[in-house]
Ligand binder design. Structure first.
Ligand SMILES: *Cc1c(COP(=O)(O)O)cnc(C)c1O
Length: 369
């Protein structure tokens, strides 16, 4: 089976990890500092704070922006569960609005509609997700959030190095959050990063991820142990050096697939636009004739590990029936959940595997009319 993702680890990462193990400093130490510096430079931000994973980095982003009890956070339902859950972890209430048909990202018109109706000004932030590695329309979202005085938190878990008009994901908002889980564009096995340009927010974040301490054994707030280890950071330093190469390979593989798949009547391929440097964390098509599940089955029978991200929007998750006061109707998200398929485009894909993906589509072309 051709896997949808594959960690790209070579001798550099192995040597770096061994060096940490041999050094005797295996928890948070100099490698974490080095990784944070390199990540901040990559993302074009003043501060990068390394944490244990991309869920606690979202939680930290909210806390460092003083968002919690009695606050609401507007977000997209078409995302991984951690986006919504982090809002609940912070003690706030998630509010969902619908996405754009073409980009799968939160719809700026719907953001504005929701903020306009929020007469008691309970919504303190919009948590946007640069889904699949394509940035949201940051011109429009920045203008709208400014107008209503709400903050932007960027869930950039899938967007390391992605750009909108030449500017990097994670550098637009009041907090950016990245994940370095094993399947992401770069990995530290598990890991996360918080980004911000704000000195005060960075200071709160550093304390929050370290038991709320201001200095050793002196605690000024409730915090957690959300620290990254030097073992993980050592992998991250090596991965970051290869990020541009990884992203280029994903783009080449994706554009090649788009060129090929266009001929199938019931397939719609991701849009490419000059304003967006899409890094294809996922390469996601729609099957528009109702055959999505059959197509997945056909691809799987022909050795292609295609997957559905995401089959159930957050507002339809069983747990969220307990969380939400009423379940909204968000038809664009629901349609996407029923039509999407993600295909392998990771940098480790061989020429032979790429041909096998195309051959699998030829074999099941009857389902794509
Ligand atoms: C992976 C991911 C997260 C969570 O990251 P973890 O490191 O797995 O905790 C959050 N949001 C999105 C959109 C993700 O893809």
């Amino acid at each position: 089976m051709i896997p949808i993702s594959k960690p790209n680890i070579d001798q550099n990462e192995k040597d770096a990890v061994m060096a940490v193990l041999n050094s005797g400093i295996i928890a948070s130490g100099p490698k974490v500092k080095e990784f944070e510096g390199a990540f901040a430079a990559m993302a074009g931000v003043k501060h990068a704070i390394a944490v244990s994973n991309g869920t606690c980095s979202l939680h930290t982003c909210l806390v460092m922006n003083n968002i919690g009890k009695d606050d609401r956070v507007l977000t997209t339902p078409f995302t991984f569960i951690a986006t919504g859950n982090s809002i609940i972890h912070a003690g706030a209430e998630p509010v969902f609005c619908d996405i754009e048909e073409d980009s799968f990202n939160i719809n700026p018109d719907k953001i504005e509609e929701t903020l306009k109706k929020d007469i008691f000004r309970k919504i303190k932030a919009v948590m946007i997700v640069h889904l699949f590695g394509r940035c949201c329309d940051m011109d429009r979202i920045t203008a709208i959030t400014k107008k209503y005085g709400v903050k932007i938190i960027e869930d950039a878990a899938q967007a390391h190095g992605a750009m909108f008009k030449g500017r990097k994901a994670g550098s637009f908002g009041d907090g950016g959050s990245f994940s370095m889980y094993a399947t992401k564009n770069i990995t530290t096995s598990e890991g996360g990063i918080v980004t911000t340009d704000d000195d005060k927010a960075a200071e709160i974040a550093r304390s929050f991820i370290n038991h709320g301490s201001e200095k050793v054994y002196y605690h000024t707030r409730l915090g957690y142990n959300y620290r990254m280890t030097d073992i993980e950071a050592a992998i991250g330093v090596e991965q970051l050096k290869k990020l541009d190469k990884f992203n280029s390979a994903r783009r080449v593989n994706s554009l090649e697939l788009s060129g090929f798949l266009k001929k199938f009547r019931a397939v719609s391929v991701p849009e490419e636009s000059l304003d967006y440097f899409h890094i294809y964390h996922q390469y996601t098509i729609r099957v528009t004739n109702g055959n999505r599940d059959e197509v997945i089955k056909g691809l799987s029978e022909n050795g292609v590990g295609a997957k559905v991200f995401y089959p159930l929007p957050l507002h339809r998750q069983p747990y969220y029936a307990q969380v939400l006061k009423s379940i909204p109707s968000l038809p664009v998200s629901e349609k996407a959940a029923a039509e999407v398929i993600s295909l392998p485009v990771h940098p480790g894909l061989t020429g032979r595997e790429k041909e096998a993906v195309k051959a699998a589509f030829e074999k099941i072309s009857g389902k794509l009319q």
